[in-house]
Design a binder for this molecule. Structure first.
Ligand code: SF4
Length: 255
C-alpha cells in the first residue's frame, strides 16, 4: 500500500510485462496480500494482438480487486514508426527500444506518482541472471518470484490454478530476440505482422549485413526474414542451428 515514511510517499507497483511471469506475479501479490498500489505496462505499439487482448484480462482481474492498471507509452511515434523513420530495427546490442519504449515511459509514470517506488519485477527463479538493481534512487526493485524460487513452470501452474489462460510470450512482433520458433509462429499465425517485420528489416540502412534474425541462429546463419519465410512455406530444413530462446537484459520486456 502507499505509505508515508519520513514524509515520503512509498508506492508498490507491479511492472507488468504481459507474459507468463507477470501474470503469475500479479496473482501471487494478490493472493499473498502483499502491498500493491497499481500495475503498469509500457506499450511499444508493436505487441502481439494476443498480448493486447490479455491486457484486458489483467486489467479486469486487477480492477475487480481494487488495483488500478495503467498503460504508458513513449510520446509520439510507436516503436515501429520510429524504427522505420530512422531506418534501423530494434537492436539486440544497444537495446534502445527497451530503454526508450519500456523503461523511460515507466519511470516517467513513477515520477508522476511522486515519492519512492517499490517496483515488483517478474523475474523467475530460472532466469535469475536478469535480476538488476534499479539505476535510479527513487525506485527499489523487488523480485518476489525469485524470493520464492518460482520457476517459469511454477508460474504456469499458478496461472492455471487461478483459472486464467496462459498468456503468449510477450515481446514486440519484430523483436530481434525472437527465436526461430517465434518467427515461425508469427509467420503461421500473423502473416501480416511477419510481412511488416520483413518490410522493417529490408528498409533498414544496415540490411542485408544486419538482419532481424541474427540472434535466432547460434551460428549467425545469414538469412533474412524473407528467406526464412520461404523455408517455412516450403517446409525445408533450416540453414543454421537455431539458438535457444533468449531474454533481454532488463525485466521490462518478455516477462
Ligand atoms: S520486446 Fe524486443 S523489440 Fe520490443 S522493446 Fe523489448 S527488446 Fe525491443
Amino acid at each position: 500500500m502507499s505509505g508515508e515514511g519520513h514524509g515520503l510517499a512509498v508506492h508498490h507497483i507491479l511492472s507488468f510485462g504481459g507474459g507468463v511471469n507477470s501474470v503469475a506475479l500479479m496473482i501471487l501479490l494478490l493472493r499473498e496480500r502483499l502491498p500493491l498500489d497499481g500495475a503498469v505496462f509500457a506499450d511499444t505499439g508493436g505487441e502481439l494482438p494476443e498480448t493486447y487482448a490479455y491486457l484486458e484480462i489483467a486489467r479486469d482481474y486487477l480492477r475487480s480487486r481494487g488495483v488500478p492498471f495503467t498503460v504508458v507509452s513513449k510520446r509520439g511515434r510507436t516503436l515501429y514508426e520510429t524504427a522505420w523513420e530512422r531506418r534501423v530495427f530494434p537492436s539486440a546490442i544497444w537495446r534502445w527500444s527497451t530503454r526508450d519504449f519500456k523503461v523511460t515511459p515507466i519511470l516517467r509514470h513513477y515520477r508522476s506518482l511522486g515519492g519512492h517506488m517499490n517496483q515488483y519485477l517478474a523475474i523467475a527463479w530460472d532466469e535469475i541472471e536478469r535480476m538488476k538493481s534499479s539505476r535510479v534512487d527513487y525506485v527499489t526493485n523487488l523480485f518476489p518470484l525469485v524470493d520464492r524460487r518460482m520457476t517459469r513452470a511454477d508460474c504456469e501452474a499458478l496461472i492455471q490454478d487461478a483459472g486464467l489462460p496462459i498468456p503468449p510470450r510477450s515481446a514486440c512482433c519484430f523483436c530481434p530476440f525472437n527465436s526461430v520458433e517465434r518467427w515461425r509462429w508469427l509467420y503461421e499465425n500473423h502473416p501480416d505482422l511477419y510481412h511488416r517485420a520483413i518490410a522493417l528489416e529490408e528498409h533498414s540502412k544496415h540490411f542485408p549485413s544486419q538482419r532481424l534474425t541474427d540472434q535466432a541462429f547460434r551460428d549467425r546463419a545469414e538469412i533474412s526474414l524473407r528467406a526464412l519465410a520461404e523455408i517455412f512455406r516450403k517446409g525445408e530444413e533450416l540453414p543454421g542451428r537455431p539458438a535457444a530462446e533468449q531474454q533481454t537484459c532488463g525485466a521490462e520486456c518478455m516477462t
